[in-house]
Structures are given as C-alpha cells and as structure tokens.
Design a protein around this ligand. Sequence first.
Ligand SMILES: NC(=O)c1ccc[n+]([C@@H]2O[C@H](COP(=O)([O-])OP(=O)(O)OC[C@H]3O[C@@H](n4cnc5c(N)ncnc54)[C@H](O)[C@@H]3O)[C@@H](O)[C@H]2O)c1
Length: 345
Amino acid sequence: MSKLRTAIIGSGQIAQVTHIPNYQSMEHAEIAGICDTNIDTARIAAEKFGIKNYYDSHRTMLEELKPDAVIICVPNKFHCSITLEALELGCHVFCEKPPAITAKEAEKMAAKAKEKGKILSYGFHFRASEHIAFLRSRIAAGKMGTIYHTEVKWHRRRGIPGWGCFTNKEIQGGGPLIDIGAHMLDCALYLLDYPEISYACASSSDRIGKTSGVGLMGAWNPSRFTVEDGIFGYIRFADGTSLDLQTSFAINRREKDVRSVKLFGSKEGAELFPLEIYGEEGGQLVNLAFPFMEMRDWHMDLDVNFVNACLGTEEPLVTAEQGAYIQKLICGLYESAETGKPVIF
Ligand SMILES: NC(=O)c1ccc[n+]([C@@H]2O[C@H](COP(=O)([O-])OP(=O)(O)OC[C@H]3O[C@@H](n4cnc5c(N)ncnc54)[C@H](O)[C@@H]3O)[C@@H](O)[C@H]2O)c1
C-alpha cells in the first residue's frame, strides 16, 4: 500500500495534541510540511515533531510540496477558503469541525469536492466510536423500533475557553453550539440518518459570558465575549421525529461537564456516552450496559479512516454532504435564537 503525503495547516492546539502525533504514528501516512500564519508557531511545532518543512503561507506550502492531502486546523472563519483552495490544487481535505461559518460555505465546499473528485471529511470524531457503530447496527436491525425523539446535550458548568478565538463570533461563527454541541448533534443526526428537517427554533443567552467569573478552562475576557454561552433548541423533522438540543460553555447546574445523546424508540431507548440500552424482555424491564466498551479519544480512529479513504481502502466516515447538512441546521438554530422565530427549512 502506498503512503499518503500530508501537510498540516494551522499548528495550534488540536494539530499538536492530536493530528500530528496521530499521523506520525501511522504506517501509511507522513507529514511533509506544516504551516501557520504565525511563523514562530509553525517553526516551534516543526522542531518539536521533526517536520522538515514549515511555512507561514499555506499557498506556498501547497505549491511547493504538492501534498496528497491536507489537515486543516485553523479557526472556523478560514475553513471554507482554505478548503476550496486545497481542493482546487488537487488535495484531499480533512477539515476540523465545524465545516464552516455559513450553510452556503459548507455547500460550496461539498460541491467543490464533488467537482474535483476528492475526499472532503470533517473532524466529528465522536462518531468513530464503537458505541455509535453498535447502536447504528441495532437501529438498522429494527431492535429499537421507531425512534421518535432525541435529546442532545453538551454542557460545561464553567468551560468558556480562555485561549484562542472561541468567544469571538466573527472568527468562530458562534459559541458552544458550533464548537461542542455540534459533536453531539452530529452523533444524533448520524444515528437518525439525516432526516428531512421541517423547522428549528432556539433561544440563547450570553449572560454569564458577558460577566467575569470563575473559569475552569482559563480566564475569558467578558468585554470580548460575542458568542452565546448557552443555547436551547428544538428541531422537528418531516417524519414527525423531534430533537431537543441544549449546550453551554457556562451554566449554573451541578455537573462540571455533561455530554450525552439519548434516543427514544418504540421498542428501546438508548443513551450515549457511555452506551446504555433500555428495554423489556421476558416480562421485565431491562437495562443493558457495555462495560468493555471504553470511553476514549476517537480522534485517532477518524484520522485512520481519512487516510484509508484517501488511499481508497475505506469509505469516509464523515462526508462533505453530511457536513453541509449539519452546518445548515446549526445556522438555522442560530438564526432562530437571533430572530425569536422558528426557521422553516
Ligand atoms: N475535533 C475536536 O474535538 C476539536 C478540538 C479543538 C479544536 N477543534 C477545531 O480545530 C480548529 C483549530 O482549533 P485549535 O484549538 O487548534 O485553535 P488554536 O487557536 O490553538 O490554533 C489555531 C492555529 O491556526 C493558526 N491560523 C490562524 N489562521 C490561519 C491561516 N489562515 N493559515 C494558517 N494558520 C492559521 C493560528 O495562528 C493558530 O496557531 C477550530 O476549527 C476548532 O473548532 C476541533
């Protein structure tokens, strides 16, 4: 099997903590170069990980190194333009989540990948878990019956990121929904198999973010806090299924961090993460737990899937079209929270 030559665009936290070590550990991938608009960050990362070439311009890097694939790890505002450029230059693209800032951008990205015949995948790594694979096969086998409602949550009690651009709406497109809630929403939509959306409505708050206080993920600057700190939404699908979504960077509740997806079916219910299944058997109510399925970091699984997809040995787990769907929904929820009206799809 051949080796995939990759290049990293953006050498901050997610690149250094996950993608660079992951790609360097893979037999069928190599990192030919790394770039960052801050050349010192690129140089330090290149020295730390022994990457030969570093740049302050992705364009120069792509023209010089001509990699097979790029891994885009820059703030959300730049996802679309860099993805389009890399696809145009003939690269497969793994872009960190969320796909983009607007629904139009994500659609354009999917269309460009199709036109160029290249893989475009996104960093929704939770869906690479064995918990999800197991549940998907159980749903497909009809064991859960008809799923009629879903609950999606990612709350942090005081987890406003004190670094990067995560509280800057212009650069990130939003707060917890586009940053963390998107992961749980992605899992639910993947399990529901992307039903047609009828409408979405939401309300949001920035009351905690706009005030200084205790930070469990560093200190944030309330005067520069331009995103929501919590958002609460409801989505109705054309087949009658509904989805309740709640996500926050900061909220006054007991738990420090809660992430879950709950599915309610006519025969069984299920909860992720970790996986549990609730049903009836032999005249008894039963709960199934899976103590040998670990809760771990699934970034590596998704990175391996992307490399294999580029090399043609696996289907991509996250597709460009699925990315466009979730972006449309995220933008609809934000629009509803802003206007106070439901958004009809
Ligand atoms: N999948 C996940 O769980 C996960 C986790 C964290 C971050 N992310 C995503 O990864 C992306 C980056 O997040 P991060 O935490 O690494 O942020 P970060 O701020 O630590 O790093 C971003 C880096 O990109 C550089 N940069 C900015 N514009 C650039 C450009 N045009 N070209 C090249 N470099 C540029 C910055 O100088 C910075 O070094 C975001 O989209 C975020 O949503 C995903």
